[in-house]
Design a protein around this ligand. Structure first.
Ligand SMILES: CC(C)(COP(=O)(O)OP(=O)(O)OC[C@H]1O[C@@H](n2cnc3c(N)ncnc32)[C@H](O)[C@@H]1OP(=O)(O)O)[C@@H](O)C(=O)NCCC(=O)NCCS
Length: 177
């Protein structure tokens, strides 16, 4: 667990629990409508409470996965999930996704979530590589990832199609040694 002050607000970063399932669904429904840089849009996620609880439990059961939330005033305001491979040859590597509620953008919460992931990855001794992919025009995210030490590894063309328009994704990665 990690505690930070954002202005006069206390923000806690902690692993998610199955009891956060309902709050997580509400959170995802909000962020889907706040950014076109995510893999889902507004109203697209029809996840039931049971499915979400099982998704969370799936993360908690794996020793090479992490699912954390940033919480302020008892509400989820940010989240990060990372999942390592299920096979032995791929168990050391995985991809993460991160998001923050729009009203909290630019306050360092995304950065703190990713630093938590990097610290955790180093401690596991299992994870040796962190990957991410982001729309290549997501300047805010790319700048943040570079600042934290992620390097560009390649471009995936036409990775997104939103309202008939294609967008490329940038693959970025960090070696954990
Ligand atoms: C990307 C995202 C997670 C970043 O979280 P955040 O809490 O806003 O980021 P932080 O406040 O920790 O970091 C901000 C950093 O982004 C960059 N940044 C901030 N404002 C920026 C802007 N207007 N333009 C470009 N870069 C900017 C800077 O590197 C800044 O670092 P600084 O502290 O040195 O100024 C968040 O904006 C978000 O959820 N966006 C929508 C979903 C998304 O794009 N997710 C990532 C998909 S791969």
């Amino acid at each position: 667990m990690k505690e930070l002050m954002i202005g006069d607000k206390k923000v806690i970063i902690r692993p998610i629990t199955a009891d956060d399932a309902a709050a997580m669904i509400d959170y995802m429904n909000v962020i889907g409508g706040e950014s076109d840089f995510l893999t889902f849009g507004p109203g697209e996620l029809n996840i039931t409470l049971e499915v979400e609880r099982n998704i969370i439990k799936g993360f908690l059961e794996k020793n090479n996965a992490l699912f954390i939330v940033a919480v302020a005033d008892g509400k989820i305001i940010g989240a990060l999930s990372f999942s390592g491979g299920g096979r032995k040859r791929l168990a050391h590597t995985g991809e993460f996704g991160v998001s923050v509620l729009k009203e909290y953008w630019g306050k360092g919460i995304g950065q703190e979530l990713i630093k938590y992931l990097i610290d955790w990855a180093k401690e596991t001794k299992i994870i040796r590589k962190i990957n991410l992919r982001t729309r290549s025009d997501n300047e805010r995210a790319v700048r943040l990832y570079k600042k934290l030490g992620f390097e560009e590894e390649g471009l995936i063309r036409r990775d997104f199609m939103i309202d008939g328009k294609f967008y490329d994704s940038l693959m970025m990665g960090m070696l954990i040694d």
